[in-house]
Design a protein. Structure first.
Length: 406
């Protein structure tokens, strides 16, 4: 009998398992994949996510894999000009990372195992075990095809957008947004680039960042309606997009593509009810937004901490687990809704509205405000605080004052 069975061992599942095991709970962690293995991903671990990894005493291990730090002098290019700055408001200004998922997921899985988690790779959950109206375990099979049953106080779905656990418990979805953007990415060697660069244009966006093994991630997004055409000629669409930033395109052309183009037709945005009797959801299984703002990994870390804390408190106090997880759902929604809305708008890849273009212009030349903007859109500080009428008014007034005295 386990305290928790966690289905899915990547960025949400392994940390949740590790944190529970570090508190002395008995945890089973299963995944249909074996590790190291790749998965479609934005790769970006923003500085506030790196700060969490440091809290878990794993950031040094990630740095030791050779993934260079990013966000210490990042670029956000809006067309007429580029906003360049840092994110001083998280991880002591030391930045984040853009690790390969083969590296990051293995590191997290190993940390879970080192904490005492029972890890089973190549294990497929066939069904949830239910007693009355409560989930009490799983039935599944490993690579030997032998069917086994395991029971636990709670079964946690950390198995992503297409979560088996979420489907099995019929987790309700709400505030659903349709697929907005599609994308392709690959890895290049020999690119002159030492930090993350992001470019936003009308009807496409793209960027790049250094990753493991001396390679550079190059990624491009288009509106979801363009996916059939893009898939038919990825190379042509990629280079046409990159040419809207000639310097970046030239540096990528100097390099060499080392792997195929990896693509996705996009994913919907949604909130799912993340708990019920004997079950919970974490990571993308719980809540998802378009990947264009690359919040997935950092959000998974935040939710893993919240879930592990609420379970351990619920198991050792008078409060029921359902009460604790209800509060967690409300806290999750309050935290992520502003970024959810911002991401949904950005993912349409439509031209920025006049007020946003005016804000970009006011930021240009104002380093402190630019740093705050980059901190807000990556999640290091609350987005509503930055976009408040009061704060935007100060930025606009400072720009006008500078213009009058120039």
């Amino acid at each position: 009998m386990y305290d928790a069975i966690i289905v899915g061992a990547r960025c949400a599942g392994s940390p949740t398992a590790m944190l529970l095991a570090r508190q002395g709970f008995k945890v089973l962690l299963v995944d249909r994949a074996t590790f190291p293995s790749d998965t479609i991903s934005t790769h970006i671990l923003w500085p506030h996510g790196a700060e969490i990894l440091a809290r878990w005493e794993l950031l040094g291990s990630l740095a030791a894999t050779g993934a260079p730090p990013i966000c210490r002098h990042m670029t956000f290019d809006v067309g007429p000009f580029a906003l360049r700055g840092a994110i001083p408001d998280a991880n002591d200004g030391m930045g984040g990372f853009c690790p390969r998922r083969t590296v990051l997921d293995r590191l997290l899985l190993d940390a879970a195992a080192a904490a005492g988690v029972d890890v089973r790779e190549g294990f497929i959950v066939d069904e949830l075990l239910v007693a009355g109206d409560r989930v009490v375990g799983v039935r599944g099979h490993g690579r030997d095809a032998k069917r086994v049953e395991e029971r636990a106080r709670i079964v946690i779905g950390a198995d992503g957008v297409n979560s088996f656990v979420a489907r099995a418990v019929q987790a309700a979805e709400y505030d659903v947004r349709p697929v907005a953007a599609c994308g392709y990415y690959s890895y290049f060697s020999g690119v002159r680039q030492d930090d993350i660069e992001l470019y936003v244009r009308d009807h496409h966006a793209f960027g790049g960042a250094p990753t493991n093994d001396g390679l550079h991630l190059v990624m491009v997004n288009w509106p979801a309606r363009d996916f059939p055409a893009v898939r038919a000629d990825v190379e042509d669409y990629v280079w046409r997009a990159l040419e809207s930033a000639p310097d970046f395109a030239a540096r990528v052309r100097e390099g060499r593509r080392e792997e195929k183009w990896y693509g996705t037709a996009g994913v919907p945005g949604y909130f799912r009810k993340p708990y019920g009797k004997g079950w919970a959801l974490v990571g993308d299984a719980s809540y998802n937004r378009d990947p264009i703002t690359a919040q997935g990994i950092s959000d998974a870390f935040i939710e893993a901490e919240m879930l592990a804390t609420n379970l351990s408190t619920g198991w050792s106090s008078a409060a029921t687990i359902e009460e604790r997880l209800s509060s967690q759902e409300a806290a999750r929604n309050e935290r992520v809704r502003p970024m959810y809305a911002f991401t949904g708008q950005l993912a349409t890849l439509e031209p920025a509205p006049p007020e946003m273009r005016a804000l970009f212009a006011a930021l240009y030349g104002n380093q402190d405000a630019t740093n705050a903007f980059l901190s807000a859109i990556t999640g290091a500080i609350p987005l509503p605080d930055f976009l408040s009428n009061e704060n935007v008014g100060r930025i606009m007034a400072a720009a006008k004052d500078l213009e009058l005295h120039s």
